[in-house]
Each structure stands twice: as structure tokens, then as C-alpha cells.
Design a protein around this ligand. Structure first.
Ligand code: SF4
Ligand code: ZN
Ligand code: ZN
Length: 308
């Protein structure tokens, strides 16, 4: 097989495009598609202060690498990175080290924060308080809500006007399906490619890797020589996302294109839901933006008797 672009020996065949690529042209094609997503959906403005939410995993390494290149097209923009440590022993250590190393290589300033710093407790401590109090919410529920809060609070401190996350096509297809299965129509209608509507106090998020399948982010990281080693979070098996991931991978194996189809359907739904008006005010406890009187983060912390 030959590379469709340069005729060199191909190392990757894309089922979606029907084309084969050598490593160099494959990486170029990923970068071009990320740029196309950024331009098409106007993910960045010329003067943006972009903060990359980094984890040290392969997707965020790929994101940081490509955004560092793309940022050169936006000379007025600035770029930095933020990592949140949930405090799960042994889990985030590798990611913290790797993020520091990569940010140093790319010349990006990295800020580190943690659940402990922001909420007074690590995730395992919060999970254990929840168990003692008989609160039957999984670790991933606490983690998701508190991580979102942590990123928004810290991004604001850094003066961010956009937060870029490393969600890939697989993540987005999983999220769309999870929202559907939970009957969460509002979230489903808001899962679009454009920066989330700017609420006062909420830094808009963008997902430049949204149309890149996980297989391709992995391959890009591999060709870059980045470490692919990832420590699995001990709570991952409890999560609904993990089940959805397996189901989707199984269906995709038999029906290639399913993940794209789901994300494209979510795009169309979000275009229809663009006029959806969600009342957004400020949480009466923490002042963070929320559509309720008390935000989800404060509600959870209050149930646990823990204040932020
Ligand atoms: Fe957080 Fe759950 Fe992911 Fe672990 S698996 S990092 S607890 S969301
Ligand atoms: Zn080539
Ligand atoms: Zn609050």
C-alpha cells in the first residue's frame, strides 16, 4: 500500500476516507482536520487567552502539540495549560510528570491545582465521606462535577477566554449516547461543535479534536514518540462511560462510521437547540454560573457536609 499523498510506504489505512497514509502525511492530515475544525467553528479568536486542560494522557498531549502549532496563526493569542490532580493515589502522578515535561518542550506554562487545594479533600476522601453518609453517588459523578468547577475557577484566575479540552470523537459519541440514555435532553441539545454559549462567569470550552477518532489520536501520539502508557483510574470500571465505550467499540467494529454518525447527529441536534434558552444565574454560595439556585458542586459538597 502506498501513501495517497506522497507515494511512500503507507502505514495507516483510514476506513472513513478510504485513503492510506505514511506516518508523516497521516500526522499532517490530523493537523489539517484539527485546523479545519478550529476555522469552521471559529473556536478561537485572535486575542484569545487559551488555557489547555491537560491530563498527561495521549489526547491532551496531542491537543497541546497541535494547538501550540495552530497558535502561531493567532499571534495575538496566548497559550498556557492547566492540570487538575484529583488526589487518587498513583493515578495522576504519571500525568503530572508527563504534562510538565511536554509543556516544557512546547514552551507552554503549566499551572497545577488539586481537589485538595480547592475543596479541602481529595477525591478518595470525598468518596469515603459519601459512603459514611450513605450518599449513593459514584466517584465519577463527584469527579466530573468538581473537575469542571476546578477548571473553570482556575481558568478564570489565569484570565482565560477559552478552555481547550482533548475530547476526541469517541468521547463525544459516548457523551451523546450517555445524555440520551439518561434522558438529559438539555445536555444533548448543547453538545455541539461551537464554543458553549458564553454565560457570565463561565469560560467557554472548545474541543478541537472532536472529529478525530481515538485510534488516530493514539497513532499520532505514537508517531510523535510520546509515551502511551496510561494508568487507569481505579474508579473507571464503575462508570457508565466505560460501559458505553465498550458497547460503541463493538458496534463500530461491525458498522464502521457509527461514532461519526452519532457525533454528526449531536451536531444537528445542537444546531436545532441553538435557540434553547437556559436561565443562567449565579450560585448563591459560590457565585459560579448555574441554571439553579445552588450549583451542582456546592450541592454535592453540602450533602457531604464539606464546604468549598
Ligand atoms: Fe474521575 Fe471517574 Fe475518570 Fe476516575 S474514571 S478520573 S473518578 S471521572
Ligand atoms: Zn506520505
Ligand atoms: Zn456553588
Amino acid at each position: 500500500m502506498q501513501c495517497v499523498k506522497c507515494g511512500a510506504k503507507a502505514v495507516y489505512y483510514s476506513v472513513y476516507s478510504g485513503h492510506s497514509f505514511c506516518a508523516k502525511c497521516f500526522m499532517k492530515s490530523v493537523e489539517q482536520r484539527v485546523r479545519a475544525t478550529i476555522n469552521r467553528y471559529k473556536l478561537f479568536d485572535p486575542e484569545d487567552r487559551i488555557v489547555i486542560a491537560i491530563s498527561g494522557g495521549k489526547d491532551s498531549q496531542v491537543l497541546a502539540t497541535i494547538i501550540a502549532k495552530v497558535e502561531k496563526d493567532f499571534p495575538g493569542a496566548t497559550l498556557s495549560a492547566l492540570i487538575v490532580d484529583e488526589g487518587v493515589p498513583g493515578y495522576r502522578d504519571f500525568g503530572l510528570r508527563r504534562s510538565k515535561e511536554l509543556c516544557d518542550e512546547l514552551g507552554i506554562e503549566l499551572t497545577t491545582t488539586s481537589f485538595k487545594e480547592l475543596f479541602g479533600y481529595s477525591l478518595p476522601e470525598i468518596v469515603s465521606i459519601a459512603e459514611q453518609k450513605g450518599v449513593s453517588l459514584g466517584a465519577c459523578t463527584f469527579c466530573g462535577i468538581l473537575r469542571r468547577r476546578a477548571i473553570n475557577v482556575k481558568a478564570k484566575e489565569l484570565g482565560a477566554t477559552k478552555v481547550a479540552t482533548g475530547h476526541n470523537l469517541d468521547d463525544e459519541a459516548q457523551t451523546a449516547l450517555m445524555n440520551l440514555l439518561r434522558g438529559d435532553v438539555v445536555r444533548l441539545l448543547r453538545l455541539g461543535p461551537k464554543p458553549v454559549e458564553e454565560f457570565p462567569g463561565f469560560v467557554p470550552r472548545v474541543k478541537p479534536l472532536r472529529y478525530i477518532p481515538e485510534k488516530e489520536t493514539t497513532l499520532y501520539a505514537y508517531f510523535k514518540g510520546y509515551p502511551l502508557y496510561e494508568v487507569e483510574c481505579p474508579y473507571v470500571r464503575e462508570s457508565m462511560r466505560d460501559e458505553i465505550r465498550s458497547i460503541l467499540n463493538e458496534i463500530e467494529g461491525r458498522h464502521p462510521g457509527t461514532k461519526y454518525a452519532i457525533v454528526r447527529a449531536a451536531d444537528r441536534l445542537s444546531a436545532m437547540g441553538a435557540s434553547l434558552k437556559v436561565r443562567v444565574g449565579s450560585c448563591k454560595y459560590c457565585g459560579e454560573p448555574t441554571s439553579r439556585d445552588v450549583c451542582r458542586a456546592c450541592e454535592l459538597l453540602e450533602v457531604l457536609g464539606v464546604t468549598s
